[in-house]
Write a protein that binds this ligand. Structure first.
Ligand code: AMP
Length: 179
């Protein structure tokens, strides 16, 4: 079963449109017959993507550190909830269970997760798709800055190409599908 890892915001103060986006992604993953791997929280966008995936019939696998079970409201309805000791184990647990990675709008945690799979991908340590779904330019400033780093010689332009940036849910899912 094709497993897609979704990174997204855990903060509930994000705009409603982003919760709807997470919902549409969860529904889309289910409609394609895939499973969801995520950070195991039932809050905010993280909760929306998981609930929508399950509503559509997808299996959901959450990976969450013990210390965040209460803070991030670990999802009691996850088909599998893997409780680990550290953030590093969380990322490894998510990586190992996933065939492709999708970042939705998020904060520092989402950035941290995205950068790890992006950098390990362009260094050839994995060949799984890494996709960003950015319908409203949440990440525009970041990517502009990264292009500036390439122009100044700090970043190989091919590293930027390893990431697929999309505007719609369907484009993102197409970019995530099995080769
Ligand atoms: P945020 O984008 O800041 O709302 O965070 C999204 C998710 O990333 C939350 O579940 C955070 O706990 C998680 N997160 C934050 N830092 C890390 C990290 N170093 N490794 C793995 N997950 C993290």
């Amino acid at each position: 079963m094709h497993a897609v890892c979704v990174y997204c915001a855990s903060n509930s103060n994000v705009p409603r449109s982003h919760l709807d986006l997470a919902d549409a992604v969860g529904a889309g993953i289910a409609a394609r017959g895939w499973s969801l791997v995520w950070g195991g929280s039932s809050a905010a966008m993280m909760g929306s993507v998981a609930r929508a995936a399950r509503r559509g019939g997808a299996t959901t696998v959450g990976v969450i550190p013990r210390g965040l079970v209460a803070l991030e409201v670990a999802d009691p309805d996850a088909d599998e909830l893997v409780v680990v000791d550290t953030m590093r184990e969380r990322k490894r647990g998510m990586d190992e269970r996933s065939d492709a990675f999708l970042a939705l709008p998020g904060g520092l945690g989402t950035l941290e997760e995205l950068f790890e799979v992006w950098t390990s991908g362009y260094l050839g340590m994995h060949a799984k798709p890494v996709v960003v779904l950015d319908p409203d330019d949440h990440y525009a400033g970041l990517f502009e800055w990264c292009r500036g780093l390439a122009a100044k010689g700090f970043v190989n332009p091919a590293s930027l190409d390893f990431l697929t940036v999309t505007r719609t849910v369907d484009e993102a899912l197409d970019a995530l599908r099995p080769a």
